[in-house]
Design a protein around this ligand. Structure first.
Ligand SMILES: [Fe+2]
Ligand SMILES: [Fe+2]
Length: 237
């Protein structure tokens, strides 16, 4: 994993996961055409941004992303309001079914094998991820998505996160990186969703949840968020 300090240059940072550069873009600190030889510290100095806070945001995004086997091209063309509705109807609605089911299944599995530390950790890790994702979905639905629909309609929508999409997008990318880390831990705790073999239904649900969540975050990170930032730039010109 890339080691990040205030002396790391943007060029070096660009060798790491794509989410790192996206954090800088979403925070409005770096744009295409800016000098990549500048260090994180110099860039923060130029913008009056606290480097400690930026390094913390970057650290959360410093997670290698697994690219799901998915053709993103239709989502680069789909009208933004339709795209947002697709995310809500397919992935948000799906998570609201999967998360309570997984909480029940992990709780039951841990209760059935009280001596199995991995199942106890799996239950707790899943409960924490479920709570984080519940808040994440509400944040997108109540703040970011209304702004994106507003941008597409040419109206400014003010929400609890203001009226510019960059702020909530930086938060959402941060949440996605946290969720990526949690998924990795779920995989470790179950030997890639293969153990314990007796928990067949739980493992099947975990595999489905992992696949859907990666697809969901990939579509948002790689298509929805960059397109929303672009729509906002266009609206300001
Ligand atoms: Fe989402
Ligand atoms: Fe999201």
């Amino acid at each position: 994993m890339l080691t990040l300090t205030a002396r790391t240059t943007i060029q070096e940072l660009q060798q790491g996961p794509a989410a790192l550069t996206q954090v800088l873009r979403s925070a409005g600190l770096y744009r295409d055409g800016d000098d990549p030889a500048i260090t994180i510290g110099q860039m923060c100095w130029n913008w009056g941004f606290n480097p400690g806070i930026l390094l913390m945001m970057l650290q959360s995004a410093n997670v290698p992303t697994e690219v799901p086997p998915l053709d993103i091209s239709p989502f680069l063309r789909m009208p933004l309001p339709e795209f947002v509705t697709h995310i809500e109807e397919v992935y948000h609605a799906g998570l609201r079914v999967q998360l309570p089911r997984l909480r029940t299944l992990t709780t039951e599995a841990a209760a059935l094998s009280p001596g199995d530390e991995r199942l106890v950790e799996l239950r707790d890790e899943l409960a924490q991820l479920a709570a984080e994702l519940d808040a994440h979905l509400v944040h997108e639905e109540e703040a970011l998505f209304p702004m994106i629909r507003g941008l597409a309609a040419g109206t400014l929508v003010a929400t609890r996160c203001g009226s510019a999409v960059g702020g909530p997008i930086a938060c959402m990318e941060n949440d996605h990186a946290t969720a990526e880390r949690a998924l990795r831990r779920l995989r470790q705790l179950t030997d890639d969703y293969r153990a314990p073999a007796s928990a067949g239904r739980l493992l099947e649900c975990l595999r489905e949840f992992d696949r859907d969540l990666r697809e969901h975050m990939y579509k948002e990170n790689e298509a929805l968020f960059p397109r929303a930032l672009e729509a906002q730039r266009d609206a300001r010109q």
